[in-house]
Design a protein around this ligand. Structure first.
Ligand SMILES: Nc1ncnc2c1ncn2[C@@H]1O[C@H](COP(=O)(O)OP(=O)(O)OP(=O)(O)O)[C@@H](O)[C@H]1O
Length: 557
């Protein structure tokens, strides 16, 4: 006897024979044994399913996270001007978690619900195709409703994740600039701003809850409608002798079964749509092709790299501020083997010049050449590995000083302790690092300004750009940094230096000085020559500088 009829036949037999208590007991016992068997097997299968889904789910999330992180790190620098740290971190942690949930546990539950529903519906059709067709008339309107609901849920989920990303962005910025927040006594107002952002997330979550409740209500109701229609239509069929009691009872059971599966399916569908919403930005990130290649292009043999640098008619505006050009038709030639100091008032574009040389941004017009090669033809990875920079913002990772110094090397694992000491000595940092109780093993915090890890890397540099020696440094540190730079410049066979400098002592080491003003190189020549021009910009700049330093000194006294 075929399985779908089995249960119906058992009930029919009991009903038709007016079964006595023993027959009833025997039937119930065999039913219990069968159910216990199914229950135990089901338990073991379920446990295996949960375990496997958990493991594979975590693996999916891990793969998603690493692919996204890799995609983020490949993007051009302008991408990071548009997408801020906190937001990206949120994508990496929260969005991937939501997507992970929707495709792991949920997918397994969903597949089970689909299989259960499919089996239930097949049984219904097997027992009575006409009754099944009638009962399932409810499905098309529910399906249409589900599509609309799914779309809306997806958009809400996307908005929720966006709002969450903004909240994380705000928190990240404020926490990482805690000193500024404290200095201005902005703690309470920042808490209020964050609360507003958190409220936005809450109000979207509320909308989602209402939507979900509505949808679950409708699917629950549709299950009940199915049962009512079975009772109504099945009763008619039974009265007209087209259906037996057993068939109707078993049909009813399968309808229950399908009703429960539909509840499972709704939950699966909701989670899936939520995952799609949260995943929208992740797919965008994954699919995004960086505007610049990372490691493609021309690599010059070492003997061909002389170090002549030329900016020809360069015009540039930051992609996020196209309306405010930084350079217009800027031209500058730095012959090989010379040291060029670049000076200019704050905001005149000194750092931008360096960013362009490092090919973090491409000019909107004009060309930047190194030894006659347009830097757009050169391999950016190779180019940067030959340019050493000393940043005015010493960026340190939260690990030991030793690891921070080694980070600058091509292969940090190959760096010896002696290399690290040498780099620290060159950077004038060896003695004060040794003075820490844990020396080079001292753990520095995020942005724990102690020293720059570039010493290592500069060993291999042919072009070097120490950027602004910050005025904010106190007198002693400034002297140490100056001295370190001079030491770096002395003992090396570098072809070209571009120094971005404020101090005359640094500028004096240069063969020529370029003064940036009004989006171009306003003056260029030897520093003595430029200083002798009383009306010249350089002269004015240096006078202002001297005045500021005098002020600073007085403030220190
Ligand atoms: N990533 C960026 N996106 C948009 N604008 C930027 C960006 N970086 C710098 N700017 C703007 O470009 C202009 C030039 O900045 P840049 O940092 O190159 O000047 P600078 O001469 O190095 O200044 P300072 O001496 O103060 O360091 C400034 O108006 C600055 O606000």
């Amino acid at each position: 006897m075929s399985a779908p009829f089995l249960l119906g036949k058992v009930i029919d037999t009991i009903y038709a024979t007016g079964a006595d208590t023993e027959t009833m007991a025997a039937s119930l016992t065999s039913l219990c044994i069968m159910l216990t068997g199914v229950f135990l097997c089901g338990g073991a299968a379920n446990a295996t399913r949960v375990y496997l889904m958990q493991i594979s789910g975590q693996r999916i999330v891990r793969n998603l996270r690493t692919s996204i992180f890799s995609s983020i790190l490949r993007q051009e620098v302008a991408f990071f001007d548009r997408n801020r740290t906190g937001e990206l971190i949120n994508r990496l942690s929260a969005d991937t978690a939501v997507v992970g949930r929707s495709i792991t546990d949920n997918l397994s539950d969903g597949l089970r619900a689909v299989a259960q529903a499919a089996a239930g519906v097949s049984m219904m059709f097997y027992v009575s195709p006409s009754l099944a067709s009638f009962v399932l008339l409810i499905v098309p309107p529910v399906a249409v409703l589900a599509v609309g609901y799914g779309r809306y849920l997806r958009s809400i989920s996307k908005r929720t994740q966006d709002a969450l990303a903004q909240a994380t962005q705000l928190a990240e910025e404020r926490i990482s600039n805690m000193r500024t927040v404290r200095a201005f006594g902005k703690e309470l107002s920042e808490v209020n701003t964050y609360t507003q952002k958190a409220d936005e997330v809450l109000s979207l979550a509320r909308k989602e809850a209402v939507l979900r409740a509505g949808f679950f209500g409708v699917t629950g109701l549709s299950g009940n409608l199915m049962i009512l229609s079975v009772l109504y239509k099945g009763g008619l069929l039974m009265a007209s002798q087209h259906m037996t009691v057993g068939e109707l009872s078993s049909f009813l059971m399968y309808t229950f079964w399908v009703g429960i599966s539909i509840a499972g399916l709704s939950s699966f569908y909701s989670e899936l749509m939520k995952g799609f919403g949260a995943g929208a930005r992740l797919w965008e990130l994954l699919d995004r092709k960086p505007e610049f290649p990372l490691n493609e292009g021309l690599v010059l043999p070492p003997d061909q790299l002389k170090g002549q640098l030329e900016f020809c008619d360069v015009s540039f505006a930051y992609p996020t501020r196209k309306e405010a050009p930084i350079f217009q038709n800027l031209s500058l030639l730095v012959p090989a083997g010379t040291i060029m100091a670049v000076v200019g008032s704050s905001g005149s574009g000194k750092s931008t010049l360096v960013s362009m040389l490092l090919r973090l941004y491409d000019p909107d017009a004009g060309i930047i050449n190194i030894d006659g090669h347009d830097i757009r033809d050169l391999n950016p990875y190779w180019l940067r590995s030959h340019i050493g920079t000393v940043s005015q913002e010493p960026v340190l990772f939260s690990c030991s000083i030793r690891d921070n110094i080694a980070y600058g090397a091509g292969d940090p694992d190959a760096v010896t302790t002696e290399d690290i000491y040498r780099a620290a000595r060159v950077a004038n940092a060896h003695d004060f690092i040794q003075a820490f109780p844990k020396g080079f093993d001292t753990i520095v915090g995020e942005k724990g300004v102690l020293l720059s890890g570039e010493g290592q890397r500069q060993k291999h540099s042919r072009v070097m750009i120490p950027s602004s020696i910050s005025l904010a440094l106190d007198a002693e540190n400034e002297f140490l940094v100056q001295e370190a730079l001079e030491r770096l410049m002395e003992g090396r066979s570098l072809c070209l230096f571009v120094i971005i400098a404020h101090r005359l002592s640094t500028i004096q080491n240069a063969n020529a000085v370029a003064v940036l003003d009004q989006r171009r190189v306003a003056e260029c020549g030897q520093h003595t020559e430029l200083l002798s021009n009383r009306q010249g910009l350089f002269r004015k700049l240096m006078e202002k500088q001297a005045f500021l330093q005098e002020e600073q000194k007085r403030a220190l006294c």
